[in-house]
Design a protein around this ligand. Structure first.
Ligand SMILES: [Zn+2]
Length: 486
């Protein structure tokens, strides 16, 4: 009899769990579909600066209030946006690394969402505002954002400054945690877009971490709550990006903010925006941040995360999310032939493209390199090409140095490419003046004189006999080089 009752109870709990999970899935789908309505149109690319966010902050109204809580080393304001009157304090901050801007855009979308009404989300919004008090700090490192660099203007990596607190921005973050004592903190970053989900070869679009707070990676109630919220966010994101959510490894980093904030008693959630092919400015990942953050806020406000993911199951479910792997190149060329010392070798080429800031406020250029070479059969590429039967051949540089972008327009690019001339050296150009060129525009360096090897620029030809079958242009296969530099 007793066992029958227990079985019934277990069934009931399971049903409740399923119900809560279904509700979260539906809500996430509705938020995803509605995101466009809340998208702050100020932000169309990741290289926006502090001067772009300040005017937007000044327009925010009920139920949001904005106050300056500090100043960066170079005098830029650090602003806290508050909403809600509830007993559960939640702290969210973005862009402690200046070149990790995706979640800042999502926070501004969240601001617009919180100000809206009559859109079918009123119940959810009112619950969040009644049960929690949200403290949101977009762009914690505005001096880094100014240069679009990870570190602060004093070259400090804020995420290794939680102990020394040498940068004023770090002091602000620690003070907020110590005075607000948030139940949950959201630490919002971008990660290397070439991370894979485990060794699946799939790109990690979003990664999470329930940060460890000690070397033993102990799971206490504070950290268990991180896992519950992350498992919930992962579950809803799977419907938009199946198999493309990963988790960061949880090695304890004693100098990092996430690890320390978890140690100081705030449930810490790290969200890392990764990459997605065809979404260089990460607008889709911004939308996924919006959905994930609101999913978690709703679960915090309703205290349903424990119902969605019961404590006894959470560790297994959390650990079932694959860790970030390092198995992807931007471009992987397989089975090319290269001749070295008169002897042919079969090689795969692992090519990556790195963003380089330019003088232009929003544009950037790519610098590509051949980062690995040899048998890369255990790796994958975001783009792949099978070069079986094709031989790696050096490309040629246009013989004259051009004085301006106008000169470049006069060239018969198609004809030059037929002759294997795919790069041109320019004299006076400013970086960023040559977007979308069908040639590799070189500022300083030169092309390798023989088939390029490890560490060299990925501009070369793939030939079958004397015929050019493919052109690789600064790491792009048969495309324009997209603002190429050397
Ligand atoms: Zn970061």
């Amino acid at each position: 009899m007793l066992s029958l009752r227990l079985t019934r109870l277990a069934c009931l709990l399971l049903c409740m769990t399923a119900l809560h999970q279904t509700h979260a899935q539906d809500l996430a789908r509705r938020l995803f579909d509605a995101h466009e309505a809340y998208k702050d149109t100020t932000f169309t690319h990741r290289r926006f600066k502090h001067k772009a966010i300040v005017p937007v902050l000044s327009t925010l109204g009920n139920p949001l209030s904005v106050s300056q809580v500090g100043t960066s080393a170079e005098g830029r304001s650090l602003n806290l946006v508050r909403a809600g009157t509830g007993p559960i304090p939640v702290l969210l901050w973005s862009q402690m690394h200046g070149d990790e801007a995706t979640a800042t855009m999502a926070l501004f979308d969240l601001f617009r969402f919180l100000q809206a009404s009559g859109d079918g989300f009123d119940d959810m919004r009112q619950t969040i505002l009644a049960k929690t008090t949200l403290h949101m700090l977009p762009m914690l490192n505005p001096d880094g954002a100014e240069r679009f660099q990870r570190r602060t203007s004093a070259d400090i990596d804020m995420n290794r400054d939680a102990l020394r607190l040498q940068s004023p921005e770090s002091v602000v973050l620690k003070n907020l945690q110590q005075t607000l004592k948030p139940l949950v903190g959201f630490n919002l970053h971008d990660q290397n877009p070439r991370y894979s989900v485990g060794n699946t070869g799939k790109q990690a679009v979003v990664s999470f971490l329930a940060t460890a707070y000690d070397q033993d990676r102990t799971i206490n109630d504070v950290r268990r709550r991180s896992m519950q919220l992350i498992v919930g966010m992962n579950r809803v994101l799977q419907q938009f990006i199946p198999g493309q959510v990963a988790r960061y490894d949880d090695d304890f980093e004693p100098r990092a903010f996430g690890d320390n904030i978890q140690k100081w008693g705030t449930t810490l959630i790290l969200i890392e925006s990764g990459g997605q092919v065809g979404d260089v400015e990460k607008m889709s990942i911004r939308r996924l941040n919006f959905v994930a953050i609101l999913t978690a806020l709703n679960a915090i406000a309703n205290e349903t995360y424990g119902n969605e993911t019961p404590a006894e199951r959470v560790v297994a479910e959390y650990q079932a999310i694959p860790e970030n792997g390092r198995a992807l190149f931007d471009l992987l060329i397989r089975n090319a032939t290269v001749v070295r010392n008169g002897k042919p070798y079969t090689i795969d080429l692992g090519i990556n493209r790195y963003e380089v800031n330019t003088d232009s406020a929003r544009a950037f250029a790519y610098r590509s390199t051949i980062d690995d070479l040899g048998d890369l059969s255990t790796f994958g590429g975001l783009t792949e090409f099978d070069a079986t039967g094709l031989t790696l051949t050096p490309a040629r540089l246009y013989p004259d140095t051009l004085a301006s972008p106008t000169d470049l327009r006069r060239l018969d690019v198609a004809k030059l490419r037929q002759e294997g001339i795919v790069a041109v050296k320019v004299q006076t150009a400013k970086r960023g003046s040559f977007p979308q060129q069908p040639l590799h525009v070189l500022w300083e360096g030169k092309l390798p004189g023989r088939p390029p090897g490890l560490g060299q620029v990925a501009t070369f030809l793939l030939k079958e006999g004397n015929s050019i079958k493919k052109v690789v242009l600064n790491g792009f296969l048969d495309e324009s080089g997209n603002g190429i530099i050397d």
